[in-house]
Design a protein around this ligand. Structure first.
Ligand SMILES: Nc1ncnc2c1ncn2[C@@H]1O[C@H](COP(=O)(O)OP(=O)(O)OP(=O)(O)O)[C@@H](O)[C@H]1O
Length: 200
């Protein structure tokens, strides 16, 4: 599905990582681990096509993944560290915005993260964990091949982590792949680990 070959990213004057190669198959999960500053978020952004590669390539089904940027964007969901919510819109309106792009059932997505009772509340009134759940609800909207998740479980309570585990399991069972940067265990049974170290 996705293959990184000898990838390097440079930010400013600094090589963030270099010589990075890995593959992710349908249904697989890869945990990106490593200390602060190792380049996990930068790698996710590069895989999302948001940061240019200084070297190497990213292949999708054997072809240059970035040859058609719009096609690449359509096959992935990138959840950044920050929530990317519109604070003055309600919970449901935030999801409606994303559903207008990707399609999907807003009610089912809200149920998946147990936010249905708060659907009409402005997003700015949500707690930190509820904001994170609203961000995760985007994943539940419509199927796509690849989820790129940056510390997705930060702020979630135990029940929310379990629901997130269900969401991940459904995605993988449908052939979806997951790459997740994390400092804590995630509900991703059988995930492989790719450990990054800060470049010298
Ligand atoms: N736009 C940028 N310009 C210059 N340096 C950058 C830029 N973006 C990231 N970096 C640097 O790249 C390195 C990797 O940062 P990144 O955010 O990818 O690390 P991380 O592994 O996700 O860290 P954390 O665990 O703290 O989230 C850091 O040293 C950071 O300062």
């Amino acid at each position: 599905m996705l293959e990184a070959k000898d990838m390097a990213v440079v930010r400013g004057e600094r090589v963030v990582f270099a010589g990075l190669s890995f593959r992710v198959a349908p249904g697989e999960a890869l945990l990106l681990t490593g200390p602060n500053g190792a380049g996990k978020s930068t790698l996710l952004r590069a895989l999302a096509g948001l940061v240019p590669l200084a070297e190497g390539e990213m292949l999708w089904a054997g072809e240059d993944a970035l040859a058609e940027p719009a096609e690449h964007a359509a096959r992935l969901r990138y959840l950044a560290h920050a929530e990317a919510l519109k604070p003055s819109l309600t919970v449901a309106e935030n999801l409606r915005f994303w559903a207008s792009r990707w399609g999907g059932d807003i009610g089912a997505a809200l149920e998946a993260v147990a936010l249905a009772p708060l659907a009409e509340l402005p997003a700015r009134m949500l707690s930190a964990g509820q904001k994170r759940r609203l961000a995760l609800a985007r994943l539940a909207l419509a199927p796509c091949a690849l989820w790129l998740l940056d510390e997705p479980s930060v702020g979630l309570d135990t029940a929310s982590v379990a629901r997130f585990g269900d969401l991940l399991a459904r995605h993988r069972a449908a052939g979806g792949a997951v790459l997740a940067a994390t400092h804590v265990p995630l509900p991703l049974p059988g995930a492989r680990e790719l450990r990054l170290e800060p470049a010298a």
